[in-house]
Write a protein that binds this ligand. Structure first.
Ligand code: ADP
Length: 319
């Protein structure tokens, strides 16, 4: 393979830049030319790309976001869009493509691979909701950001004897919630995998009140309920002043942690190695700490387990 493309797609995640850097430098070392494609599959369809050299990816390893920009691209879901993208690849001489994104982006990578452009996908999403890998780029940074913010909320909750209901990101995936919940000593954690009625939260708060606890953190995963309503109900039933805070997109930004930079570098390097061997329709990730690759369809059909033991740890020690 002489020329490859790299793009970021779907939601951004801290560490994507480190992955772009690793892909670019590994490919250049293997005497390949690298084209950076802008705004996900949109850039592929419209030929919006530029050649990346060694210095194009300098000074980005420590930056959040993605220097290639990211976007969603509805056109790419249809045959016409896929054919346009394929034609652009052929015209530009792109023989293989690295796609950094979530499972939606992987579907696109599988579709393009099936049309003759081999793609290798790298999991980049703060939610850690990709089944074939125990780790996705951005997860650690997002958790640390959420943890720091919840710590700050705790300061004010403690000073006022309040309850702070904090909504963290992770739609359909409670990994950020359970980990930050433990790390911040949350009295209760509600996720889609571990749904609990607000009555359970109220009962636990009332029980812990009897042991002398005056302030409370409740971590709620995005999409499992309205955090304002939860705070209101807690206040009504316990008399404890309760406030809801939605952390939102702040969790997506920021300088990536060591773990994200290292994981992104490993995955980027490995993805190029696979592509250089002519392999396509693969997704890379980690299992039991080892770097692995899977067929994209197989990866998409896998189911991720929720660590109920970790959840139990949270509930057993924070009361
Ligand atoms: P993420 O990659 O973070 O899961 P999305 O689900 O929005 O984000 O997917 C990103 C992009 O991947 C979409 O905008 C689209 O271009 C492409 N994509 C998603 N699903 C498919 C699909 N079923 N077939 C082809 N392309 C898809």
């Amino acid at each position: 393979m002489k020329k490859i493309g790299v793009l970021t797609s779907g939601g951004d995640a801290p560490g994507m830049n480190a992955a772009i850097r690793a892909v670019t430098r590994t490919a250049i070392k293997m005497n390949m030319t690298v084209l950076g494609v802008f705004k996900g599959y949109n850039g592929l369809i419209h030929g919006d790309m530029k050649q990346l050299d060694i210095r194009s990816v300098s000074d980005i390893i420590q930056k959040g976001g993605t220097m290639l920009y990211t976007a969603r691209c509805n056109e790419f879901r249809f045959e016409e869009g896929l054919q346009k993208a394929k034609a652009v690849c052929l015209m530009k001489g792109i023989e293989g493509l690295i796609v950094i994104g979530g499972d939606g982006s992987f579907r696109g990578a599988a579709d393009l691979s099936a049309r003759g452009i081999p793609c290798v996908a790298i999991p980049g999403t703060i939610d850690n909701d990709i089944s074939m890998t125990e780790y996705t780029i951005g997860f650690d940074t997002a958790m640390n950001t959420a943890m720091e913010l919840i710590d700050k909320l705790r300061d004010t909750a403690q000073s006022h004897d309040r309850c702070s209901v904090v909504e963290v990101m992770g739609r359909h995936a409670g990994y950020i919630a359970v980990n930050t919940g433990i790390a911040c000593g949350a009295t209760y954690i509600i996720t889609e995998e571990m749904p609990h009625p607000v009555e359970d939260v109220i009962e636990r708060i009332q029980n812990t009140q009897t042991t002398g606890k005056h302030h409370f953190i409740v971590v709620v995963s995005e999409g499992v309920g309205n955090s304002q309503d939860i705070a209101k109900k807690i206040e009504q039933h316990t008399g404890i002043e309760s406030r809801a805070t939605i952390l939102g997109h702040v969790q997506r930004g920021g300088t990536p942690t060591v773990r994200d930079r290292v994981a992104a570098s490993q995955l980027g390097h490995y993805a190029v190695e696979l592509l250089s061997q002519g392999l396509g329709n693969r997704v890379v990730g980690f299992q039991k700490g080892e770097i692995v690759n899977y067929d994209i369809q197989e990866a998409l059909s896998m189911k991720k387990g929720f660590d109920e033991r970790l959840y139990r740890v949270a509930m057993d020690i924070s009361f």
